[in-house]
Design a protein around this ligand. Structure first.
Ligand code: MN
Length: 310
């Protein structure tokens, strides 16, 4: 699952503003389609482009795989990491590094694009039932974004019991005293939190944070946040205190404010139009930069950047 980012999601130039001190800013997701799968895109939105280095978040499903499955043919990325997090179902990742990896609930796929990679995401033939999950992108900093692509699969991740009865799984970074083994290129956190009544957990006040509500409805500082939306929590918050009536699941994302002005277009995260133009041209030309993916799905063509239409 991935992109593409369109002008419906964001103006192309991304300027960062971090709100402070702690706030709750609820941002509605936008319904989009990736392959046949309907997604709620909660990042980037015009009102909020990045949270730390997190620059993209799609919440897909729950959807019956016989109605709408994940089948995204080979496509390229530059300058970002893709984080695939499955709540229900399974997906098969194939990339130009030769990785072929089934991913199941509780596991993490982390692909680093660097200067260029390509991948496909498929629903295995023998999978039935529902597909439900998230795909997130993390913008790479200058120090790694021109580097080699890489792929990591983490079959199990640290789990923590939280005050108030919640349970957390740490996707990246550190949360409530535990640290994920996944690579991070900037100070970052990502955690999946499940709870029945409420939860409390410490946060790093030097990070800005946001919540993606996946299941149930949560109340934060007296404000209700429904599934399909993102609640931006700003900088300077040192505790997360959530309440729900029944059962809720949220994904917490956060990090040090990412100061680079990003240019996000289609499946590329860069800084300038020239970089995007070059990546678009090289993907269309089948250049070695993006390698080859073994997939039965059709390769996805890059559109022409809107600024080239004059
Ligand atoms: Mn992708």
């Amino acid at each position: 699952m991935s992109g593409p980012v369109t002008t419906n999601d964001t103006d192309t130039d991304v300027h960062h503003e971090s709100a402070r001190p702690p706030c709750v800013e609820v941002i509605e997701g936008r319904v989009s389609e990736v392959g046949s799968l309907e997604v709620s895109r909660v990042l980037p939105r015009r009102a909020r482009r990045t949270v730390g280095a997190w620059c993209f978040a799609d919440h897909f499903g729950p959807s019956d795989v016989e109605v709408a499955a994940m089948n995204v043919g080979p496509h390229p990325h530059i300058g970002l990491q893709t984080v695939t997090w499955i709540i229900d179902g399974e997906a098969l990742h194939r990339d130009s590094l030769g990785s072929e990896q089934l991913i199941q609930p509780g596991q993490l796929n982390l692909m680093t694009a660097g200067r260029g990679v390509s991948h496909a995401e498929e629903t295995p033939d023998d999978v039935f039932g529902e597909i439900h999950g998230l795909q997130l992108w993390i913008a790479q900093p200058e120090s790694t974004r021109h580097g080699d692509p890489a792929f990591e699969h983490h079959g199990s991740l640290p789990q923590v019991e939280l005050d108030g009865g919640g349970r957390g799984t740490i996707l990246v970074g550190s949360f409530a005293g535990s640290t994920s083994p996944a690579r991070t290129d900037t100070p970052l956190v990502g955690a999946d939190l499940v709870f029945e009544a409420g939860l409390a957990a410490p946060l790093d006040p030097s990070f800005e944070h946001a919540l993606i509500v996946v299941e149930g409805s949560v109340t934060l500082d007296g404000q209700e946040v429904a599934p399909g939306s993102l609640a931006y929590l700003g900088l300077g918050r040192d505790e997360l205190d959530l309440v729900t009536d029944d059962h809720a699941r949220v994904v917490l994302i956060g990090g040090e404010p990412f100061d680079d002005d990003l240019l996000m277009w289609w499946n590329f995260v860069a800084r300038t139009r020239d970089e995007i133009d070059e990546a678009q041209r090289e993907w269309q030309a089948g250049a070695d930069r993006f390698g080859r993916v073994e997939s039965t799905l059709d390769r996805i063509d890059a559109p022409t950047p809107q600024w080239q239409h004059g």
